[in-house]
Design a protein around this ligand. Sequence first.
Ligand SMILES: NC(=O)c1ccc[n+]([C@@H]2O[C@H](COP(=O)([O-])OP(=O)(O)OC[C@H]3O[C@@H](n4cnc5c(N)ncnc54)[C@H](OP(=O)(O)O)[C@@H]3O)[C@@H](O)[C@H]2O)c1
Length: 314
Amino acid sequence: MRAIAVSEFGATPSIMDVGWPEPGPGEVLIKLVAAGMNPFDWKFAAGDFGDMIPAGFPLILGQDGAGVVESVGDGVERFRPGDQVYGSFFGAARGLGSYCEFTLSPQDGQIAMMPQKLVYSQAAAVPMASMTAFNLVDEAGVDEGKTVLVVGATGGVGQQAVQFAALKGAHVIATAGPDMADRMGEFGADETLDYHEVDVADAVLEEHPDGVDVLLDMVNDKRKVDLLSESVKKGGVVASTIGAADVEGLKKRGIKGINFQNRASGELLTTISEMIDTGRLTVHLTREVDLTDVPDVIADAKRGGARGKTVIRV
Ligand SMILES: NC(=O)c1ccc[n+]([C@@H]2O[C@H](COP(=O)([O-])OP(=O)(O)OC[C@H]3O[C@@H](n4cnc5c(N)ncnc54)[C@H](OP(=O)(O)O)[C@@H]3O)[C@@H](O)[C@H]2O)c1
């Protein structure tokens, strides 16, 4: 089957012909129709996580995908051939991913029935970003009446975090330029700040002199998160999705620091499907590309400027 893969960590991803996976006991074989792209995919292939996560080579990139159950292994009861499913299919130890035609998932892995409202390309954009945002908002204690600053709000995780925070009844401030400000409003943001034009911490403190309750940061390094945390009130929370919260330093200032690690599951994905089908959660697809375009798309994505999600037609 065709796949985007690397022969070793750090190699440039390219299109390869690799063998089909076979479902073992308890496993589901999925014929993918679309794969969703996430920054983790190329960071992992670049070797950014070192030996922390075992990998087999050639290593197929990607996790997120949507498609049809092709066949199931012994003992699988939750899914059957023909089911339309989506999920986060991380199989790096066996070289498996989602930028390919077929992948495997344990039946009790991060797999669920697809939201009925979505087509495959939309569904493939959901799993990692939505599950991350859902858990992040929850772990940071975002709730009704709290003021939340979302930095990186225009990205895959950010767009979902804005929606989950607004659904909780929080007052949401999102970083976004003029091209995305209206969309942030549709997602439930109460204010937007263009980080290209203003100093975000200063602008927040101008409108909210006591500071915000929660900062959710998806993009900044330790130094910048530290500067932004000046806009968080004592007793508040600073959460980073990229390990940039100085937990001890924040503690000294009476702020809880969180270096967030996602905990994904099929149950959470089922909850997200329900939220999408009842119109509470929206997915914004930026573009659809072909498998052959992926090496160039990754090079572009590394330069920044993501606006929601890119999905691969498999
Ligand atoms: N810890 C975990 O479990 C976990 C889970 C999922 C994701 N992550 C990580 O979380 C990060 C975000 O993921 P993602 O999928 O949302 O990435 P993404 O889609 O690439 O989004 C990043 C967004 O941030 C914007 N941005 C860049 N610099 C900014 C700044 N200084 N201030 C405000 N906005 C800025 C970018 O737009 P412009 O460049 O146009 O400004 C882009 O829209 C990634 O590093 C990913 O690896 C971690």
